[in-house]
Write a protein that binds this ligand. Structure first.
Ligand SMILES: [Fe+2]
Length: 242
């Protein structure tokens, strides 16, 4: 199993606080059946200044430790990039990167609204051959009130990623119900853990896939797995499989 969104790298953001916690998370990931995980520390200028070079260095260091401990998990570099009007500039000067150097970039919206420049940004990124993936739209207040906003972004070329814990009910029944709606409406392309630790923000990805399998069948689960694999290897993602 491939997980395309996690905060497993140590000392970078509100995820793993040190290498010991990263290793604990890695062990949990393996228990969940994850073989490959993309490390996506927050990139949020002034708060989390985790540029590409730093992320790549930390990824390399963690892989070396996991190798020494014989933990069968491969970590790949990425970022969860908070959208801003400087994002294109940051991409041009190599501070931000797409997931594992693919054509897919993980974007984080503010939690309470969708900035008006988002559509334009999605267009501009695509001009640079980058396909944005909107992280956890199910937790954005404006999208919850008006799901049509997400539909618009997807119509303009973005993909979207649901967080496993939203599907399992970790963020409450409303988020759970809305997540189900987003999957059933074909507005979801990926499921990922967004794991921050082994406690209250753990993985739950296996449990989430089980629920999706129960509600929608194995074919849909397989399509999500294939999509995640295609991101990791920089291949074309299936847009709709419903
Ligand atoms: Fe995240």
């Amino acid at each position: 199993m491939i997980d395309i969104h996690s905060h497993i790298l140590p000392e970078l953001d509100d995820g793993a606080g040190n290498i010991k916690e990263s290793v604990e998370m890695a062990r949990k990931a393996v228990e969940q059946g994850i073989t490959d995980i993309i490390a996506t520390p927050h990139y949020y200028k002034g708060k989390y200044d985790n540029d590409k070079e730093k992320v790549e260095r930390k990824t390399w260091q963690l892989n070396r430790v996991l190798d020494e401990l014989d933990i069968p998990l491969k970590v790949w570099p990425g970022q969860e990039i908070r959208i801003s009007d400087e994002l294109l500039e940051d991409y041009d000067n190599n501070s931000v990167m797409a997931l594992n150097g693919s054509q897919y970039m993980l974007l984080e919206l503010p939690s309470n609204h969708v900035p008006r420049y988002t559509e334009r940004l999605i267009y501009d990124l695509q001009m640079k051959r980058i396909t944005p993936i909107i992280a956890h739209p199910e937790r954005n207040l404006e999208i919850i009130r008006n799901p049509h906003l997400l539909e618009e972004l997807i119509w303009k070329g973005a993909y979207s990623q649901l967080t496993a814990g939203s599907i399992t009910g970790k963020f409450g029944w409303r988020t759970r119900r809305f997540s189900k709606y987003l999957i059933h409406s074909g507005l979801t392309h990926f499921i990922a853990s967004d794991a921050h630790n082994v406690g209250n923000r753990g993985f739950q990805i296996r449990e989430a896939y089980k629920l999706v399998e129960k509600n929608m069948g194995q074919a849909v689960v397989n399509a999500f797995h294939v999509n995640a694999e295609n991101v990791l290897y920089g291949m074309k993602v299936k847009e709709s499989f419903l």
